[in-house]
Write a protein of this length. Sequence first.
Length: 195
Amino acid sequence: MLRVLLPLFLLCVCSLAPGTAALAQNPIKRCTTMTGETVYTDKRCEDVGAMDRLPDVGAAGAVSGGHLYRGGCSRTLSDLVYQITAAIDAQDVNRLAGVYQWGGISNSAANRILDRLEAIVQRPLIDIVPVRPEPVPIIDELGNVIDQNTDGYYPQTQPQRPVGLRLEQTLKNGSTPSSTVFGLRRSYNCFWITL
């Protein structure tokens, strides 16, 4: 009986192998759409019009998918979220300062910003949440405001792109929540943060 079952078991395992290899090549990603919904996909988040949620960054600065840290600027919001996460996980203020838009900042202001960035990388990171603009009021054909739409009940015809990133962290004691909002700027075809 065992001689009959063993070949059948091996046949089943071999027939499943191609599917498991495809899953290993395309891991499932958790993404956030422009409307704030969570989407799970085996594609890049940008391909489905979304951005990565908190990526899993290893101690050596590598993402669990095997991508190593690379220099240069963040061309996508997912890359920017990855850079922020990696900087905080490594407690590396220089890496976080590398994605900050420094143009037009005086020396004294730069020192204050670096002190704030240093405090940010010292706190444990819980999540990075996109910040969206306020909902647009509903206006009739004469230009009169019908509803301020402060609750965002009426959907927009265009998805609202994030205008900032909110870092959800805890203080070093691990129980006191802390929140920091970075503004988003696009310059030289890259995304940058501001305070």
